[in-house]
Design a protein around this ligand. Structure first.
Ligand SMILES: [Zn+2]
Ligand SMILES: [Zn+2]
Length: 139
């Protein structure tokens, strides 16, 4: 049986026992209260086209917090066409992850290119290494 660990709350820095939740109890309660406000606001069919700024203005819950709920999947962004946050790269409105689909594709391609490069360099290095060993043996 593992005992709960003493950790710093990622939101407020207070020490807490990490057991079932990822932050201290105060932050957890605050978080839940914020979620209930946002959820109640969005449940109103008239608020279907609310933007994240609208939610913030009406509920007082910070934009960052609403983004967190979106990323966690607690708010189903698909139900709210205007609810989203800007892509970290090009500012297209998104409701999942950090980048829009276009930027994600570009990013993945770039990473792949770098990996390919690294692999090639490694092969070159290995060949150089093999040559070095060959030279040693020759002497
Ligand atoms: Zn806390
Ligand atoms: Zn983008």
């Amino acid at each position: 049986m593992s005992s709960p660990q003493l950790e710093n709350c990622p939101s407020c820095g207070a020490l807490y026992l990490r057991d079932q939740i990822d932050c201290c109890l105060d932050c957890y309660r605050e978080n839940e209260a914020a979620f209930k406000k946002v959820d109640a606001f969005l449940k109103n069919p008239e608020h279907r086209n609310a933007s994240i700024e609208d939610v913030n203005a009406f509920t007082g819950v910070s934009v960052n917090k609403v983004v967190e709920f979106l990323k966690e999947g607690r708010i189903f962004a698909a139900d709210y066409p205007l609810l989203g946050y800007p892509c970290a790269h090009c500012e297209t409105l998104i409701s999942r992850q950090l980048l829009c689909e276009g930027c994600q594709r570009t990013f993945r391609n770039e990473v792949q290119a770098i990996l390919n490069d690294a692999q090639q360099t490694e092969t070159v290095d290995k060949r150089q290494l093999a040559n070095a060993q060959y030279w040693k043996m020759k002497k």
